[in-house]
Ligand binder design. Sequence first.
Ligand SMILES: Cc1ncc(COP(=O)(O)O)c(C=O)c1O
Length: 359
Amino acid sequence: MNIEALARPEILAMKPYQSARNSAAADGILLNANEAPHALLEQSPSETPLNRYPPPQPEALRDRMAEIYGVDAAQVLVTRGSDEGIDLLVRVFCRPGVDSIIECPPCFGMYRVAAGIQDAGIISVSRDDNLRIDFDALAETVTDSHDAKLVFLTSPNNPSGDTIDRADLKRVIGAVGERALLILDEAYIEFCDADSAAGLVRDCPNLVVLRTLSKAWAAAGLRCGTVIASPAIIGLLQRVMAPYPLSAPAIDMALACTGETARVKQQRMMDELERQKSRLLALVESLPWVRQCWPGEANFILLKVDDADRLVAHCADHGVRIRNFSSNPGLESCVRLSIGSATEMDTLQDSLLSWNSTI
Ligand SMILES: Cc1ncc(COP(=O)(O)O)c(C=O)c1O
């Protein structure tokens, strides 16, 4: 597959910025980046002293991401959250005013925001009343939309929590063919039983998988995501990426957050979240004002309720913030509740039990 034929010609034609750190080794006396000779902090919080620019794609971090996601380091690009991966993909592949993305709303809002910023078109394949994707309609739209360059799918989806099975995924990969890329956002995949599709990237050059440390690795504050794709796609994204995307402290923290100790704690956290989710689902079943519940397979649930605006305000009065999706097409009267700690869920429970939708 000729990936370059899909990219914007301007991106191929331009000469990418050559930073000091990617054009020379970072050893010896460093007088090539206008840095300060010493850090002002006595103790540097990071491996790379703060007076130095960090490595653009640190080998240790790329290797770690490759290890936890079961892929080759050459298929990995570490980004400032998946948000940056989404943005880079749209900027590299969608010509403003010409190309489009395809999405299946309701889904994560950044796909359309990134497309809007790039002046790319947005083709929506809506879900059914139960928020499931119609894969026949999606495959047909993919085949018919000649200006679509990126097809965004999310598994598990935010906010409906549904997953895409392997047969449906392969069908869309087949429909996309060589005309576009399928971007599979797996931000919540660790919460569900299904396997990641990252291993398919080697045999499917039109597949890109997005992973993040923000959810199951409990590190949203780090801003660390990973694009898993063929080296050809990674190379194109690097042409437009900022020269030093990851700060030195963030690089060290990302390694610490995915190290041995963190993995033991992660398992405990995942078990606890599963228990709290079951408890919340049992509570929800007893609430007369819940009209529909999408338990999904991630660390949140989606509810259709009698009066979403008032419920959100009521929970806020109890100090609990839940997300109101009522104004999103297809999600009228819907709220999304993240699964928190046992004590947070105690407060949420009090707040839900004291809500009377008819007052
Ligand atoms: C489906 C999905 N993808 C990506 C993201 C963003 O992830 P990150 O924090 O890595 O930018 C989110 C955040 O909520 C999400 O729900």
